[in-house]
Ligand binder design. Sequence first.
Ligand SMILES: Cc1ncc(COP(=O)(O)O)c(C=O)c1O
Length: 503
Amino acid sequence: MSPSATTTATPATNGNGTIKAKNGVNGSANGTHANGNGVARNGKNGKEAHLSSTELIRLENEHGAHNYHPLPVVFDRALGAKVWDPEGREYIDMLSAYSAVNQGHCHPRIVAALVAQAQKLTLSSRAFHNSVFGRFAERVGGVFGWEMVLPMNTGAEAVESALKLARKWAYLRKGVPEGEAIVLSVADNFHGRTLGVIRCVFLSSSDPSARVGFGPYLPGVGPTFVDPEAEGGSRVIRFGEISDLQRALELHGPRVAAFLVEPVQGEAGIIVPPPTYLPAVAALCKKHNVLLICGEIQTGLGRTGKMLAIDHAGIRPDIVFLGKALSGGVYPVSAVLADKDVMLCIQPGEHGSTHGGNPLACAVAITALDVLVEEDLSAHAARLGEVFRSSVLALKSPYIKTVHGLGLLNAVVIDQDTCTAARAARGQDVAGNKRRTAWQFCLLLKARGVLAKTTHGNVVRFAPPLVIEEADLVKAVKIIGECLVDLERLDEIPGDDSEEGGH
Ligand SMILES: Cc1ncc(COP(=O)(O)O)c(C=O)c1O
C-alpha cells in the first residue's frame, strides 16, 4: 500500500502522542493525509480534497517541531525562480532555500537524473562500490581542483567531517600531542546546528539562539582563544580582522590544527571581508602549518558570481566543504574536498555515513554541476548581482541603511528606527507591533509576491535562484520599493504575529 493511499477514519495514538492510522501512516484526526502537494486523500474512498494554506500551516504548527519561524506561505509547486502556493498564487523566490536551489527549482535535467537513477539503483552503502560514486568523485575533482572528495549528506555533517579530518591531520602529520588539537573559527560564523558545529558559530552574535541552552560545547573548537594580556584573559577572533588570527597563532600555533572560516559570512548578514583578508589568512595559516578550511555551503556553486567565493580572493584552502546547491536542492548532498596528504589521514572505519556517496545523490550532483557549468550560472549571478544592488540603491529609500553582497548573495539592511520615527512624526501609532521591523517588511513583500527572509534583526537576505530572469529581478526590486513605502504608511501588516524570525 502506498503511504499516501488509505488511512482510516478511526485514528489511534501511536504511543508518543501523535495520531497513527491503522496502516501505520501518521495522519490527521479526520482521516485525511496530505501527500505533499497540498492534496489530501480521504481514507474511505480515496477521493482527493485540497488543503488550503491555512489548513496546512495549522497541521504543521500542531504536529511539527517549532524549530523554525517561517513566513506564512506554503510552497506547493515551483519552477526556476517561481513558486506557487496551494491556492495558485505566484511568488518570486528570493531565498532559494538558503542558496540550495541555485540552479532553479525542479531543474528538468536534475529531476530527470534523479528519476532515471532512482529506477536503477538508489543505495549500495559503502560496504560495496557503486557505479556512480567514482564518476562523481572524479567530476568534483575536475570542477574544483582538489584531489579527493569525502561525500556526506547535509552541510553540518560536512563541517563535522572537516573538523575530524583536521584533528586527525594535526595528530598524524603536524605532531600535535593527542587530545590537544585546536580548531579556530570566527565570531558569527555559521556552519550548522549539530553539537560539534554550534561551538564554532554565533559566539558574539545578536542572535545567540543557535547556541544558548545546548551546552556544554565541544572543547578545542571555536572563535575564542586564551590571551593573558587581554581583558578577562581571552579574546575573540573577529571576521575581517587579521590581527586577531595573527595573535591567536602567535600564542597557540603549534597546537592549532586548522582555521575555519566562511569566505563571505552568510547568516551573520552577508558580510564581505576586505579584499586583503583571505589572502592574509592563507599566508598566516601556511606560516604556522595550520590547515585553512573554507565553508562554501552557502557561498559556493556560483552564488557569489564565481564557482567558489574563495575564487574572488585567489586562495586555495587545504579543505573546502560544499552542500546545498551541490544537488540543486533536489536531494541532500554535501562534500568535503582536500588533497591526498590531508584526506588520506582518515582510514577505513574511522569515518562514514550510510547514505554518503549513494548513487542517487551522486547522479543528482553530477547533473547539478553540469547545469552550473553549462548554463554559466556564475557569470549570470555576477551580472544580475550588480543589477540588484544598483537598482535597490536607485530606490533611494530612507528606510534602507545599506545594500551589500557579492553576486546574487545580498543583504538589504532596513532602517527600522528611521521608519518608526517617520510614522511617529506623522502621528501614527508606534507602540508594540506598530513599531516597524524588517520581519514586517518581509510580510509585506510576501503579500505582493516576493519571498525573502531576515538573516537576523534588520538584515534581509536576497538570494534568488541564479537562473532568475532579469525582468523578474527588476520586478522584485520594484516591489521592494513599494513595500518600503507600505512599511511606513500601513497600520496593519498582513500576517504579522510580531515575532521577528531569523531562520
Ligand atoms: C554557511 C552554512 N554552513 C553550513 C550550513 C548547514 O547546512 P545544513 O543545514 O545542510 O546542515 C548552512 C545552512 O544554512 C550554512 O548556511
